[in-house]
Design a protein around this ligand. Structure first.
Ligand code: PEP
Length: 254
């Protein structure tokens, strides 16, 4: 099955509203009718409404960087799945390593967020990945399997098709260290085997698995050349329009 590369930029807690809107306008103009690549950006919550308006009808996806696990209620300061859906988001990052490690988000909480996202037709970009310590202890597969098992508990085959999995080794995020393309490919292959066992080969083959961790224009080509890598989740290099566009350009040749 041929899949268009899916390239998503995670802005994290960066850019101003003006910069974000300008970026979105320029991205829209630059991509115009190009459709070899599916593109998305993850602005801060407070920019989502404006940026969704700028990108409406463009085919460029907008993802929230997080949601709460409950549909609504007394959760001061939190944002629900339906709220981000209502302003026009198509996707949401769930289980990003910064949420897991800085905010102590556990697999059960992540699982509840995935379920609430799916319940309002918001597509989760579900992040998994091992720490450096875990990799050095040769526990990568064990960690990924546990994160997949916990995060996807109770999710049906129909719904799995709406999930994107992002393999993001924690030691490669924001550090400038990228996984060797072959090493990343091996973990992607492991993830796809897990999905095959749980949900069948067709579902596994249609699943998008992105790589994330210090992706730059210089390494995007080698990563995208790997057969199991369907797209990229880009942090630091997605904040500058030029480098993000270069990555999109490189991906369009794969
Ligand atoms: C990310 O935040 O998901 C990420 C991969 O960041 P960076 O590209 O900066 O490593």
């Amino acid at each position: 099955m041929i899949k268009k590369p899916f390239i998503v930029g995670n802005w994290k807690m960066n850019l101003t509203l003006r910069e974000g809107v300008e970026f979105a306008k320029s991205l829209r103009n630059s991509l115009n009718d190009r459709n070899e690549v599916i593109c998305g950006i993850c602005p801060s919550f407070v920019f989502l409404n404006d940026i969704c308006k700028v990108l409406k009808g463009s085919g460029i996806c907008v993802a929230a960087q997080n949601i709460h696990s409950e549909k609504n209620g007394a959760y001061t300061g939190e944002i629900s799945a339906i709220m981000v859906k209502e302003v026009g988001c198509t996707h949401v990052l769930i289980g990003h390593s910064e949420r897991r490690h800085i905010f102590n988000e556990a697999d059960a909480f992540i699982n509840a967020k995935i379920k609430v996202a799916l319940s309002v037709n918001l597509k989760p970009i579900f992040c998994v990945g091992e720490t450096l310590h875990e990799r050095e202890d040769e526990k990568t597969r064990y960690v990924i399997e546990n994160q997949l098992t916990g995060g996807l508990r109770g999710i049906s085959a129909d719904h799995i098709r709406d999930i994107v999995i992002a393999y993001e080794p924690v030691w490669a995020i924001g550090t400038g260290k990228t996984a060797l393309p072959q090493d990343a490919n091996e973990v992607h292959s492991f993830i796809r085997s897990f999905i095959t066992v749980e949900y069948g080969i067709d579902t596994a083959n249609s699943l998008y698995i992105q790589y994330g961790g210090s992706v730059k224009p210089e390494n995007a080509g080698d990563l995208m050349a790997q057969p199991e890598i369907d797209g990229l989740l880009v942090g630091g290099a997605s904040i500058q329009l030029e480098s993000f566009l270069e990555i999109v350009e490189v991906a369009s040749t794969h």
